[in-house]
Unconditional design. Structure first.
Length: 228
């Protein structure tokens, strides 16, 4: 099936990036991390020292932002206005900024359009919060990845351990709670599971197990469509 699109949604720290990247690699599909796009806009807004209530200026900054995702030997690289920002956008501060800008409908509209354009040819694994509900409601396969709060905090903690901004487990848990609340309670495209998404609770599963389950689903869906 040439237009096959896989939507992977879920809260932060559920393992979306690791899983989505591996699924894409195994299938030879394009991998798109939409959170990176919100993070890039968040970074731009922070750098331009805009206040969070300056919504019009923030939307304008999102419109001006040149965001590129490039997959190369060092994995996915994210460029903002021609500069590689792959590392700076990964801090918890950038995550919070992303979560804030992502609650602004005008920002979402710009990024959702860009995401639909990037994925329109199919053979794509796209991860985020609203891929199965908004970006590609007709995706051939939708997965909702979840894990307990404490598992997600622990994963973030391990991931961030070597970073300059390393936080302790308690602060990470608090950040995750705050970000989840904002992502789930916003009015425009809140984080919810699409009705037709496959729900996977990953607290007690390895990355490999989750990846294998998704690949199996891809096989089943492709088989059912009869177009291989
Ligand atoms: O997946 P992530 O942690 O990199 O995402 C950062 C923030 O961006 C997240 O808190 C919510 C927002 N986001 C969103 O609203 N919609 C998406 N499709 C992806 C991310």
């Amino acid at each position: 099936m040439t237009r096959f699109r896989i939507a992977i949604d879920g809260p932060s720290g559920a393992g979306k990036s690791t899983v989505a990247r591996q699924v894409a690699q195994r299938l030879g599909y394009l991998y798109i991390d939409t959170g990176a796009m919100y993070r890039a806009v968040g970074l731009k807004v922070t750098r331009e020292q805009l206040a969070w209530d300056q919504t019009d200026a923030i939307v304008e900054a999102a419109r001006r932002a040149q965001i590129e995702l490039k997959t190369g030997p060092r994995g996915l690289r994210v460029f903002l206005d021609g500069v590689d920002v792959s590392e700076v956008i990964r801090t918890e501060t950038a995550g919070q900024a992303a979560s804030r800008v992502s609650s602004i409908p005008g920002v979402r509209k710009i990024l959702v359009q860009a995401q639909q354009e990037l994925g329109k040819r199919g053979r794509v694994v796209m991860e985020g919060r609203d891929i199965g509900t908004k970006v590609f409601p007709e995706a051939e396969l939708k997965v909702f990845l979840d894990a307990s709060e404490s598992t997600r905090a622990r994963r973030r903690f391990t991931q961030n351990r070597n970073k300059r901004e390393a936080l302790n487990l308690g602060s990470i848990l608090e950040e995750i709670r705050q970000r989840d609340r904002r992502d789930r309670e916003r009015t425009d495209s809140p984080l919810v599971q699409a009705r037709d998404a496959l729900y996977l609770e990953t607290s007690n599963q390895t990355v490999d197990e989750v990846v294998e389950k998704i690949l199996k689903m891809v096989g089943l869906v492709e088989g059912k469509s009869g177009s291989g």
